[in-house]
Design a protein around this ligand. Structure first.
Ligand code: GN1
Ligand code: MG
Length: 360
């Protein structure tokens, strides 16, 4: 494809000669740029609709990556943003259409949508657990809230109800079973938000998009190199970070699998992840550990209702490939919620057992 113009405003080593679409995130547009010096970079256009303030987003991302690199003394422990030619302080470029771009080093490695082996998933748990651990003494209150109320599930339900009322696209009828299923779980869905407000769960620096495909793995060793996608780094709850990983990676089907009956929680992978996460994130409180299963449950429910709301609104937030894509995603995610309800006692037992083995 033609080289995206923004590729030329960053201080790359060599001139851009190749531009390819890259990855399959739902939010930003991503390209891989190769230069005549043989260097490779990732170039991204930040989605303005989702992120109202890209400068704040980049300020967070820079602060966190610098902190991790300095603390670990390991240059590869976090991604490197590339400065712009005009040396913008926040390492981003605003083009004439007021679109924001950023670039970072492509360090090789690969990301997985589904774990191929237990070890892959374990590695991602260690990566996100380590992220949590490394940032335990980062001043969380200095970070911007890039998407206000991002994991406020109580507010997510309010927004869903608003969309049902508006019924903008006349899609409510079609989504009736999913709507009923979701609304019946509104009270339980608010559990963590209430614990956050009461201070029962501490505020942490969280990643907020801890899917397996946001962990970069080394091609040879398959060990975690670093975590990617720092757009949603903000103050939040550790159990949300844990939960997002589970709902995505310990699931037996893809997020948009068309047959919801194929979507289950894999208890074995749940245990694998719990182990890696608790081994690395040693500073969690007992209450946080106890609420890990609730983190998984609430995250599946929350993303389920976000897909559902977006379907009702006419697919304005998540990129879709076909008309019912968001409804399919919602249905499949809610099937995972139902399966977690079946497996609730097992989830709690596993967390308690692993915690006993790992935490002294
Ligand atoms: C979005 O674009 P991606 O896949 O990194 C979304 C997440 C959802 C996810 C669902 C900023 O992430 O919250 O869990 O889709 N990111 C944002 O697949 O809304
Ligand atoms: Mg993301």
């Amino acid at each position: 494809m033609e080289i995206v113009k923004a590729a030329y405003v960053f201080r790359t080593e060599g001139e851009p000669i190749l531009c390819e679409e890259f990855g399959h995130g739902h939010i930003n547009s991503t390209y891989k740029i190769t230069t005549d010096a043989g260097r490779e970079y990732v170039l991204q256009k930040i989605n303005k609709y989702v992120f109202g303030n890209p400068v704040q987003l980049m300020t967070n991302a820079n602060a966190v990556t610098n902190f991790i690199r300095e603390k670990s003394g390991d240059d590869r422990a976090a991604i490197h943003f590339i400065p712009t030619i005009d040396a913008c302080e926040c390492y981003c470029y605003r083009d004439e259409e007021a679109e924001f771009w950023r670039m970072y080093d492509y360090v090789g490695g690969f990301c997985l949508d589904q774990p191929e082996t237990d070890q892959d998933f374990y590695e991602s748990a260690v990566a996100f657990g380590r992220f949590q651990h490394m940032l335990a003494d980062f001043p969380a209150d200095t970070l911007f809230e890039t998407i206000p109320e991002f994991h406020n599930t109580v507010d997510r339900f309010r927004q869903l109800e608003e969309s049902i009322q508006e019924n903008l696209m006349r899609r409510v009828k079609k989504a009736r079973p999913e709507i009923e299923f979701a609304l019946a779980r509104k009270e339980r869905g608010g559990t963590l938000q209430r614990m956050r407000e009461s201070g029962e769960l501490p505020l942490r620096v969280t990643h907020n998009d801890t899917k397996l495909n946001n962990v970069l793995l080394d091609r040879k060793t398959r060990k975690a190199l670093c975590v990617l996608d720092l757009d949603t780094v903000m103050p939040g709850l550790s159990v949300h970070d844990f939960g997002d990983s589970i709902r995505f990676g310990a699931a037996t089907a893809a997020e948009d699998a068309k047959d919801p009956s194929t979507m289950k929680l894999d208890l074995h992978l749940f245990e694998v992840y719990t182990r890696g996460f608790l081994e690395a994130a040693t500073a969690l409180t007992d209450r946080e550990v106890e609420m890990l299963p609730m983190g998984a449950y609430v995250m599946a429910l929350e993303v389920g209702i976000r897909f559902l709301k977006d379907y009702l609104d006419g697919d304005v937030y998540f990129k879709t490939k076909y008309r019912e894509h968001n409804l399919v995603r919602a249905r499949t995610q809610l099937a995972l919620v139902a399966d977690m309800e079946e497996k609730w006692n097992d989830m709690q037992r596993i967390v308690a057992d692993v915690a006993r083995q790992v935490r002294q």
